[in-house]
Design a protein around this ligand. Sequence first.
Ligand SMILES: [Zn+2]
Length: 381
Amino acid sequence: MPVTAHQCRACRSAAGHVVLDLGSQPACDYFPASDDPGPDPVYPLQMWLCSRCGLAQLLDDPTVPEEPRGTEPAALVAQAADAVNRAATAGLLHAGARVAEYGSPHGGSWLSMLSDQGLRPVDGTAEADIILDCFGMMHAADQSAALAERTARLAPGGVLLLQYHSLNAIIRQGQWNALRHGHYAYYSTTALSAMLTAVGFRPRAAWRFDLYGGTVLLAATRDSDDIVTSDHAVTGAPDAMVPALLAAEARTGVRDPDVLRGLQRDVRARATALHDWLAESAAAGKAVLGYGAASRAVALLAKAGIDEDMLPAVADASPAKRGRRMPGTAIPVISPAELIARHPDEVALFVPDLMAEARAAYPEIEAGGGCWVDADALRPA
Ligand SMILES: [Zn+2]
């Protein structure tokens, strides 16, 4: 199994293991036009765990990202506000400080909120006192180069803020379909700490959020710098959350290939469960539609072998996805208005984080006797 020419995207070690193999998958970034008959090209999709630094990563990525930008979910915006407030309360966001942001291609900039805190955004390659990376670095094929680029721009005494979907959450919640083309790294705090150590940095503070079932914002500084906290005390020690996260990850076993291979069992369990649920609903004469044309849904539908006959449409708020279909299937993407007009008995929500948001945005579904169902847990709202 470990016999591949792959080198770790962070530490360049060739020692590692394929821990999750989703087989050949359509590119989840590319939503073909509905009249494009396919078949859509498919590409191998595998997660590899580095034995040396512990970074979980995409093994190979032959696809070209081409994702119609989705609408920014309110949950993402609310988490950003929460994170900015917590970093500000910790005294990390000084008025007048220069800030550079490495954002995600999927949107979600914090810059306007940071400007409201009195920080000054800088462009290009200019030096900055705060370097913020919010779901950005995971999109870099060369992880060590991406981290080096960010740390090189950091002014003396500056703070690097990295936000990521936690590998610990992916493992503990069986989120195997977080694995997708274009996302090259799946960070544990453990692996990211090793990457930071390699460039002379260390984690100093962390905050945990419920977004995506477990998101972490990590503050790191150069080894030689002390961090100035809100009470202006200078401390060399990390806050309590960093060791707590590391301890939790050690209990999970985020560096253990056998632990990560558990995700492979979750694939079969979730795919079978979704297929059986849709079959039962059909047998009971229920009309089921989907909501959330997200990348996570693409892999789940592919592994479950679901097509238009079992799921006639998936609605999405993003106008960019209208007139298109789910990759690898004939399932059309429809508007929320059409979803409501079709009076579904059940709506399978492929982005369960958005349950509260979706129910509030489209009360017509429940008012019409329909029911929202978490497509991961297959539990009604
Ligand atoms: Zn490595």
